[in-house]
Design a protein around this ligand. Structure first.
Ligand code: HEC
Length: 125
């Protein structure tokens, strides 16, 4: 009987120690391009030519009239700003956080463009 308790204690102890190990939900580290116009490397990211094509290629199959945000050309900007995008604050923007969290596995360089566009003021440019 004693032996059974001993085994139980060892097994439970083992489980307890193991439960201390967990995979942290690691957000991807997303680089950012310069957002200060005085930076010599500053390049303005344009919604029309840099951002919309990402949505058109990767998102509008699902995000159209039937799912928010509507990312079709002509609808995307007003669907996103201000509900999903807070100008100059990618870290607080649902669009950015969703993508940085791995939604649809969008490539990091594309998330970088979206992050930079938001932190450059999220203009309809
Ligand atoms: C295969 C379908 C599919 C594709 C492609 C897709 N999404 Fe989504 N998306 C969803 C679904 C379903 C949800 C709602 C469930 C969830 O939040 O994950 C969602 C949720 C979201 C949300 C949060 C909506 C809210 O109201 O909180 C955002 C932002 C978003 N998607 C952006 C995008 C962007 C940007 C792309 C393209 C890079 C994209 N999605 C591609 C299916 C898709």
């Amino acid at each position: 009987m004693k032996k059974i308790f001993q085994i139980l204690i060892i097994v439970c102890g083992g489980l307890l120690m193991n439960s201390c190990y967990y995979d942290e939900l690691q957000e991807k580290i997303i680089p950012e391009l310069p957002t200060d116009p005085d930076d010599p490397d500053y390049v303005e990211i344009l919604f029309g030519t840099d951002i919309q094509p990402i949505f058109t290629a990767s998102c509008i199959g699902c995000h159209n009239a039937s799912r928010n945000p509507d990312l079709r050309e002509g609808y995307a900007y007003s669907s996103l700003v201000p509900e999903y995008v807070i100008a100059n604050d990618a870290a607080s923007s649902r669009l950015y956080n969703k993508l940085a969290g791995g939604h649809q596995n969008l490539a990091t360089d594309k998330i970088t463009l979206i992050k930079t566009w938001i932190n450059q003021g999220a203009k309809n440019n």
